[in-house]
Design a protein around this ligand. Structure first.
Ligand SMILES: NC(=O)c1ccc[n+]([C@@H]2O[C@H](COP(=O)([O-])OP(=O)(O)OC[C@H]3O[C@@H](n4cnc5c(N)ncnc54)[C@H](OP(=O)(O)O)[C@@H]3O)[C@@H](O)[C@H]2O)c1
Length: 254
C-alpha cells in the first residue's frame, strides 16, 4: 500500500467552523495532505488565522463567510466556493455549539439554537454541496458528531440529541448518495482542548473526571483528528460509508 492513497493534492475541501478549534485543526490536517481549502464560519478575522496556518502548507486557502443558521447564507457561500474553485471534493460539516444545562433548566430558545446549528446546519450545508459532488460522481462528506452521539451525559440534552441525530443523518445520506460514489461518514471525538470546552478544561474536578473516565487517561489534542479526517477524505476510505469513527481514547467502549 503506497502513501499516495492518502494524497489529497488537487482536491478542494470545504470546512465549516474552520475559524478555531477542531475545524481549524482539521483544515490544517487536510492542507498537510495537499488539499486546497474553502474555510467557512461567521467570523472573518479568526478565519484569517486559519488561512495563514493552512497556506503555510503550500495549498490555496480562501475564506467564505457562512452562517449555518441561514439557508441563504449557506447557499451563497457554497456558490461562491464553486465560483472560486470550480468544485468541492470534500465537505467537513463541523460548525457546532453547546449549551450545558439540565433537561429541566434548558430553554426552548437554547434547544433550538443547538439543534438548528448542529443538526439543521449540517443538513443545509450538505444539501447545498452534494449536488455538485453527485454531478461529478465523486465526493466525501465528513460529519463531526461526538462521543455523545453514542452515549449519554447529564447536562447534554440538546447537544447529545443533535450528535445522535448526526450519526443517523450520516447513514441516510450515505444510502442516498452511494449510487453517486459520494461517501458519507462521521467522526465522534471525545473531549479535545478547544474553546468549546474551555470551561470544563479549566474546572479541575471536571478535568480529572474526564481523564479518569477515559481508558487512555487523557483528553485529545486537536491535531490528533488529522489522521482520521485525512483517511475519510482520501481514496484510502473509498469503500467505507455510513460509519462513525470514534476518536475518543476508548470513552465509548465501556
Ligand atoms: N472540542 C471538543 O471536545 C469536541 C468534542 C466532540 C465534538 N466536537 C464537535 O466538533 C465541532 C467543533 O467544535 P470545537 O470544539 O472546535 O468548537 P469551537 O472551538 O467553539 O468552534 C466552533 C466553530 O463553529 C463555528 N460556528 C458556530 N456557530 C456557527 C454558525 N451559526 N455558522 C457558522 N459557523 C458557526 C465557529 O465559528 P464562528 O463563531 O466564527 O461562526 C467555530 O469556528 C463541533 O461540532 C463540536 O460539537 C467538539
Amino acid at each position: 500500500m503506497g502513501l499516495d492513497l492518502f494524497d489529497l493534492t488537487g482536491q478542494v475541501a470545504l470546512v465549516t467552523g474552520a475559524s478555531k478549534g477542531l475545524g481549524r485543526a482539521m483544515a490544517v490536517g487536510l492542507a498537510k495532505g495537499g488539499a486546497d481549502l474553502a474555510l467557512c464560519a461567521r467570523d472573518a478575522p479568526t478565519l484569517s488565522v486559519t488561512r495563514k496556518e493552512t497556506e503555510k502548507r503550500g495549498v490555496r486557502a480562501e475564506i467564505f463567510p457562512m452562517d449555518v443558521l441561514s439557508r441563504d447564507s449557506v447557499r451563497e457561500a457554497v456558490s461562491a466556493v464553486i465560483a472560486a474553485f470550480g468544485k468541492i471534493d470534500i465537505l467537513v460539516n463541523n460548525a457546532g455549539v453547546n449549551v450545558r444545562k439540565t433537561t429541566l433548566d434548558l430553554s426552548e430558545e437554547e434547544w433550538d439554537r443547538v439543534l438548528d446549528t448542529n443538526l439543521k446546519g449540517y443538513f443545509l450545508v450538505a444539501q447545498a454541496v452534494a449536488p455538485h459532488m453527485i454531478a461529478r460522481n465523486r465526493g466525501k462528506v465528513i460529519n463531526i458528531s461526538s462521543i455523545f452521539g453514542a452515549v449519554g451525559m447529564n447536562n447534554q440534552l440538546a447537544y447529545a440529541s443533535s450528535k445522535g441525530g448526526i450519526v443517523q443523518m450520516t447513514k441516510v445520506m450515505a444510502i442516498e448518495w452511494a449510487p453517486h460514489n459520494v461517501t458519507v461518514n462521521a467522526i465522534g471525538p471525545t473531549y479535545f482542548e478547544t474553546p468549546l470546552v474551555a470551561t470544563l478544561r479549566n474546572d479541575p474536578e471536571r478535568f480529572r473526571f474526564i481523564n479518569e473516565r477515559t481508558p487512555m487517561g487523557r483528553w485529545g489534542q486537536p491535531e490528533e483528528l488529522e489522521g482520521t479526517v485525512v483517511f475519510l477524505a482520501s481514496k484510502a476510505s473509498d469503500f467505507i460509508t455510513g460509519q462513525t469513527i470514534y476518536v475518543d481514547g476508548g470513552w465509548t467502549i465501556w
